[in-house]
Design a protein around this ligand. Structure first.
Ligand SMILES: [Zn+2]
Length: 239
């Protein structure tokens, strides 16, 4: 065990109200690319940059192109939970971890067995008809062509994913604030904290065990009690 993992284990062992806040780095170890990182989708060939395609305006004006990108880049049918997802689910079963708050939309925490998962940016596993509200699952979206149409009424089916220009779900945000403000330990993993609303949410933490785990150094100086610049799965698997 590395020295930092040992210190992390000590903090986790002494806590029973841990909250985990995770970003794209948690999913990259499952093979899902971070479209904000330098080796992510930005540098791949597409007619528009990802932030343009994943905006509400684009979704409304060029839905065919939106869904072409969406199916190719945001749906990852073969991705499996990695050791970070598995460990967090285990900590919840041990009643040490209260919630996972994630910016990812892939559903891998639930696939690993986590139950209290707050998805700030939505999920690719939930899709609703814009006309009648009928639910459509991941496989339906994966195998759809062009603009996906509701099986009941023919309306357009929209992924329950927060696009650029769209607001976050306020109820989820309020629950996230509550979990963070009541936590005795906060582990932030796989995010550089540059992405809204990460940095703002973390200000609500009042405890004394703030841990940052990210492959590269994070932008904000948060006076963390422990900073680990290692991949998150490799770190958590040791504790
Ligand atoms: Zn419908």
């Amino acid at each position: 065990m590395t020295q930092s993992a040992e210190k992390l284990k000590e903090l986790v062992d002494g806590s029973d109200n841990i909250v985990f806040f995770g970003g794209a780095g948690v999913s990259t170890e499952s093979g899902i690319p971070d479209f904000r990182s330098t080796d992510g989708l930005y540098h791949q060939q597409y007619d528009y940059p990802p932030e343009t395609i994943l905006s509400h305006t684009f979704y409304e004006s060029k839905p065919e192109e939106f869904f072409r990108f969406y199916r190719a880049k945001l749906l990852a049918p073969s991705a499996k939970p990695n050791p970070a997802h598995v460990k967090l689910a285990e900590l919840e079963r041990q009643r040490k971890l209260k919630a996972v708050i994630t910016q990812n939309i892939d559903g891998l925490h639930q696939a690993a067995g986590s139950r209290e998962v707050l998805e700030l940016h939505g999920s690719v596993h939930r899709n609703y008809c814009e006309k009648c509200g009928k639910f459509h699952d991941f496989d339906f979206m994966l195998h759809s062509e062009g603009v996906p149409r509701c099986t009941a009424c023919g309306g357009r089916v929209k992924p329950d994913v927060v696009l650029y220009e769209e607001g976050l779900d306020m109820e989820t945000m309020e629950r996230a604030v509550r979990f963070i403000s009541e936590a005795d330990m906060l582990i932030i993993g796989g995010t550089s904290l540059n992405v809204y609303p990460a940095a703002g949410l973390i200000r609500y933490y009042r405890g004394r065990k703030l841990v940052l785990i990210n492959k590269s150094a994070v932008a904000a100086d948060l006076n963390a009690d422990l900073v680990i610049t290692e991949p998150i799965g490799e770190t958590l698997v040791q504790i």
